[in-house]
Design a protein around this ligand. Sequence first.
Ligand code: PMP
Length: 425
Amino acid sequence: RELLAELLQKKADAEPEIPPEHYRFDLYPEYLQLKEQQAQLQANDIRNPYFSVHEGIARDTTRIDGKELINFSSYNYLGLAGHPTVSETAKQAIDRYGTSVSASRPVSGEKPLHLELEQGIADFIGVDDAVLYVAGHGTNVTTIGHLFGRNDLILYDAYSHNSIFLGCVLSGARAMSFAHNDVADLERLLKQHRHRYQRVLVVIEGVYSADGDIPELPKFIELKERHKAFLMVDEAHSIGVLGEHGQGISEHFGIDPKTVDIWMGTLSKSFASCGGYIAGSQPLIEYLKCTAPGFIYSIGITPANTAASLAALQVLKQEPERVARLHARAQLFLDLAKEKGLNTGTSHGSAVIPVMVGETLKALHLSQQLFHQGINVQPMTFPVVPQNEARLRFFLSSTHTEAQIRQTVETLAAALAHIETEIPA
Ligand code: PMP
């Protein structure tokens, strides 16, 4: 009996065996799943459309594998990434301030350029002040994560960007999505849940990046005022794009920008750089600058990135015709695509135009065929978009010519028709 007791004790003391996939990345199940997906692409003779190396500046055209292509895969909406003045201003900032500010802004990283750009963005949008972060993604995560907490509720559009969703998770607030662009669904949730929480945040985007559609901002403002909630608008794809002067969705609808509590935007698209901003009232910005973890515990944005956006903002203000041209080019693409019977979903009035294809494999094949015919456009497939809603997503730029757009829609319509016969549903 003693022996048995000893054996049982030994068993109880023995360390439980830990499966190797719990401590080895080469056996990590999610990694193996990724390898499986890559193998499927290869088996179907599809070149990986991701991580293509662009050998120069990506605007209306780009160079991949030594080949010049018409480009629809970059966020260079106003053609300012690569604009001579923007590049020159960034170079001068490096000469004057170096390549890094070498500390967080509160510690010793503050440069005159930072305040100039923050005030420039705030004035452009029409609010008190702004704060800069080193990335657009981090801007959403840290701002939402920091401002809201366990007693709060966040209601976000179902098509929200990953960074909004991660901000909700970090905050610890109760987070629920409402149906895409559906004000009635949002109202239902507000009526049902508002009274049980302290603060409520509603998050929408100025332009949704998978579909290129625009929410009815005035209706969201009316709702948030009635239910005493905060409203945040992510303008990653609408600043520099919507409105006659590119001032974004508030200009598009002619609303007072101060009626939105939190304006978020990125420097990586129309502003030709890298970084993000929050713009709004003086108390909001002062509070974030003194307490937001992604701001106070992170390096200040680099002189070159700050200067590039400052210059981009200047060019944008001096040349509103860039915005007008972007609108005209996007409209031309949309009109021609519709003439050809292509399904562009709900895209309207923005610079993002999806062409719906359906199955993942079809979208991958189509993207590849267009690549061979001199057009670079990325597929969007499950799980980034719902199953069987795979699409090619065209980002328009003010630098595209009418001829490039006509050629693209012609080639696209022919290639799609060909694929539909090759790969029946
Ligand atoms: N918000 C939205 C809606 C976006 O589409 C993106 C990126 N495309 C971001 C935030 C993050 O911005 P960035 O890529 O500049 O970090």
